[in-house]
Ligand binder design. Structure first.
Ligand code: SF4
Ligand code: SF4
Length: 361
C-alpha cells in the first residue's frame, strides 16, 4: 500500500501508553528498553518501560525475525524420523528506526526473493512493524546510505515526533486496522500538524554533520578499484576478528549449523546459529582449505559484500548506515573512516567535498 497523506493521523503523546497497551491485542509486544546507558529490543509486559527516545539498540530488531540461535529440527538416528517444531507467534515490533526498517527490507529481499525461506515468510506474515522517528548521533550515516527516512514498502505504521504529538503515517492495511481499532486515541491531522511534520523531517536532515558523512557515490566501483589498497592491511592490523561488527549488523545474515547428539546418541538436533565472515573458520572448507586465511582478507570481505555483493544480488547497498558496527567495535574501527581512507579523504575538513571518482580510486 502506498503512503497517502489522507491516511495519516495524529496520536497525542498523552495517549502513547494506551496505544502501546492497545497493540498487545495484535500480538506479543516488542519494543526498545533501556539498560544502564544502552538500549535493546525486548518483549514488553510493562509499557512504561518502553523508550521512545533512543539512538540505537545494541542488536537490531532482526533478532525477532531470524533468531541468533535456533533448533531447525531433530532426528532419530535409527529410524530417521524427523521432528520439526516451529511455532511462530503474532508479534508487534514497535519503535523501529528508519535504518532498521530498511535493514528488514534487505532481509526480506535476501530471504524471500530468489529461494523463499518458508519459515522467514511465516514469521514476517505474523509480524507488524511500527516505525519511530529519530535523530542521528556521531555514528549514524543513514543520510549517505539513503535510509534516513522510511520508503513505505515494508512497515505498517510510522510515528514521527512533532512535539506534543506523533504524526502517524499508515503504510499497510494492517496499519489501517490498528488505527481503526484504537480510533479513540487518534485525531485528524490539521494544517499545523502537516507543517510540523515537514519541519521535523527537514530538521532530521539538518541534524547530520555533513562534513563527517561518507561519500557513497559509486561506492561499489571504488571498493572494487581499491581491492589491492594498503588500507585493508592497515585497518585489519587493529581488527580483533571478534565478529561484533557482523553480529550487531541489521543486514548480516550468515548462519552455520551443527548436529548435536543427545547423551545416548539416539537423537540428534540440528542447531543453527549466527556466524561471522570475520572468524577464521568461516572460510574453512572440507579438506582443510581456508579461502580467506588472512585477517585483512576477511576484513575486506565485509566491505566487499556490503558495497559490491549486495548491490549485485539485490540492487541495494548492504549497509543502512545505522552505525552499530562502529559504535560497538572494541578496536574502535569505524566503517566511515575506512571508506574515507579508501577514497583518499582522511582529512576531516575535506570529507564533505564531492570526490573525483578517478582520483579517489
Ligand atoms: S568488531 Fe571491530 S575488531 Fe571485531 S571483527 Fe569487527 S572490525 Fe574487527
Ligand atoms: S555495516 Fe555497520 S553501519 Fe552498515 S548496516 Fe551494518 S552495522 Fe550498520
Amino acid at each position: 500500500m502506498d503512503f497517502h497523506i489522507d491516511k495519516a493521523k495524529i496520536l497525542p503523546k498523552e495517549n502513547a501508553q494506551q496505544f502501546l497497551e492497545g497493540l498487545k491485542k495484535f500480538g506479543v509486544l516488542i519494543a526498545p528498553k533501556k539498560k544502564e546507558e544502552k538500549f535493546y529490543f525486548d518483549i514488553i509486559e510493562d509499557t512504561s518501560e518502553v523508550e521512545f527516545n533512543y539512538t540505537r539498540t545494541i542488536l537490531p530488531p532482526k533478532k525477532f525475525l531470524v533468531p541468533y540461535r535456533r533448533k531447525r529440527f531433530s532426528y532419530n538416528v535409527d529410524t530417521l524420523d524427523f521432528e520439526s517444531r516451529f511455532t511462530p507467534v503474532d508479534q508487534v515490533i514497535f519503535g523501529i528506526h528508519s535504518c532498521d526498517l530498511h535493514g528488514i527490507s534487505i532481509l526480506d529481499s535476501i530471504y524471500l526473493e530468489e529461494n523463499p525461506d518458508p519459515r522467514y515468510l511465516e514469521v514476517r506474515k505474523r509480524t507488524i512493524l511500527i516505525g519511530l522517528s529519530c535523530r542521528p548521533d556521531e555514528f549514524c550515516f543513514c543520510l549517505s546510505t539513503g535510509t534516513a527516512f522510511p520508503d513505505g514498502t515494508n512497515w505498517d505504521l510510522f510515528l514521527t515526533d512533532i512535539g506534543n504529538d506523533y504524526f502517524v503515517t499508515i503504510g499497510s492495511p494492517k496499519g489501517d486496522e490498528i488505527v481503526l481499532s484504537l480510533k479513540e486515541l487518534f485525531r485528524e491531522i490539521t494544517k499545523e500538524n502537516l507543517t510540523l511534520y515537514k519541519q521535523s523531517t527537514s530538521q532530521k536532515k539538518l541534524s547530520f554533520d555533513l562534513e563527517k558523512l561518507p561519500d557513497l557515490g559509486r561506492i561499489s566501483q571504488v571498493i572494487e578499484l581499491e581491492y589491492d589498497s594498503e588500507v585493508w592491511e592497515e585497518e585489519a592490523k587493529r581488527c580483533l576478528g571478534c565478529g561484533t561488527c557482523t553480529n550487531v549488523c541489521p543486514t548480516c545474515f550468515c548462519y552455520t549449523a551443527v548436529d548435536v547428539p543427545d547423551l545416548d546418541g539416539k537423537k540428534v538436533s540440528r542447531i543453527e546459529f549466527t556466524t561471522s565472515c570475520q572468524y577464521p573458520y568461516y572460510s574453512l572448507v572440507a579438506g582443510g582449505h581456508y579461502f580467506k586465511p588472512k585477517r585483512s582478507d576477511r576484513f575486506k570481505h565485509r566491505y566487499y559484500h556490503k558495497f559490491v555483493g549486495y548491490p549485485y544480488q539485490i540492487e541495494k547497498l548492504g549497509c543502512v548506515g545505522c552505525g552499530r558496527c562502529s559504535a560497538e567495535c572494541p578496536a574502535k574501527i569505524s566503517i566511515v573512516e575506512t571508506i574515507k581512507k579508501l577514497r583518499g579523504v582522511e582529512n576531516e575538513e575535506k570529507s564533505g567535498e564531492v570526490i573525483n571518482e578517478t582520483s579517489a580510486s
